[in-house]
Design a protein around this ligand. Structure first.
Ligand SMILES: Nc1ncnc2c1ncn2[C@@H]1O[C@H](COP(=O)(O)OP(=O)(O)OP(=O)(O)O)[C@@H](O)[C@H]1O
Length: 259
């Protein structure tokens, strides 16, 4: 059964101008993401992944092309973005941070409390609700960002290497927590990662981008049933083959861009 298209990106290009020099971050990118799909973007550094997400988050304007995010409920925000770090506000408590999107929209206090506490509980932070960010580890701070994004109940989620700064163990735990909440909410997710393992673990589909200016160089469906484990990713011959394909793609793009 085909699902409705949630994100439609058509011939999108973004160029920056710096001291009369033009840098084309990415060029002619077209991509359709289905409702509830988890899509990872993988590509060499500088190919415009963050810029693409920032455009979808309305933080940046495209130079050419257009995109559309299908809105099912006019009361919902279109998107929430989770960054690699620095996403939470130091002078607000965990609960206040997780509630930002909802309080900004003047949601009723009871609804804010219920929804925020629900997601803080999901990420194991309910007992830290009144703590401040300086009292939290890096992993706990990212959990606050995840709780905030899901509590905000956006149409789509944009995640820019949210676990890149974490150690392997914490990264793995947070990936599992994210997948548990995603399975429950079935949000449409666009997720940037440099980790091939992470892309195989999380994605329904992986989009490969070329070196700058980023273009879509290929895509792969990850057919492994969920829930997935790292042991499966490592032992499944098809996953091993995909790992090597993505690895080779990144190697050749990085080498090609240096010559
Ligand atoms: N505000 C800006 N002004 C000028 N150039 C910019 C700006 N933002 C990004 N760029 C340039 O656009 C290109 C793409 O940057 P972007 O951060 O989107 O790449 P990326 O694929 O996310 O990289 P990485 O994987 O290293 O995070 C880079 O060359 C970057 O220097």
């Amino acid at each position: 059964m085909t699902r409705e298209i949630k994100i439609s990106i058509n011939h999108l290009t973004k160029a920056f101008y710096h001291k009369k020099r033009r840098v084309t971050a990415f060029e002619d990118v077209s991509l359709q993401v289905e409702d509830g799909e988890f899509v990872c973007l993988v590509g060499p550094s500088g190919c415009g992944k963050t810029t693409l997400l920032r455009i979808l988050a309305d933080l940046e304007q495209p130079s050419a092309g257009e995109f559309h995010i299908r809105q099912t409920n006019s009361g919902k925000p279109l998107q929430s973005m989770i960054f690699q770090q620095n996403g939470i506000i130091p002078w607000m408590t965990v609960r206040e941070n997780a509630a930002i999107g909802l309080t900004f929209r003047h949601s009723p206090a009871q609804l804010v409390k219920e929804r925020v506490d629900y997601y803080l509980d999901k990420v194991g932070l309910l007992q830290f609700a009144n703590h401040y960010p300086k009292e939290l580890s890096g992993g706990m701070k990212q959990r606050v960002s995840i709780a905030r994004a899901f509590a905000n109940d956006p149409e789509i989620l944009l995640m820019d290497e949210p676990f890149a700064a974490l150690d392997e163990q914490n990264k793995f735990i947070l990936q599992e927590e994210l997948l548990n909440i995603w399975e429950e909410t079935k949000k449409t997710v666009l997720f940037i990662t440099h980790s091939i393992d992470e892309a195989l673990m999380l994605s329904d589909r992986i989009i490969l981008l070329s070196a700058q200016p980023g273009k879509i160089a290929g895509e792969m469906r990850v057919g492994l049933p969920r829930p997935r484990s790292m042991e499966q990713i490592r032992s499944d011959p098809q996953m091993a083959e995909m790992f090597v394909q993505i690895w080779n793609h990144l190697q050749s793009e990085v080498q090609g861009s240096r010559t």
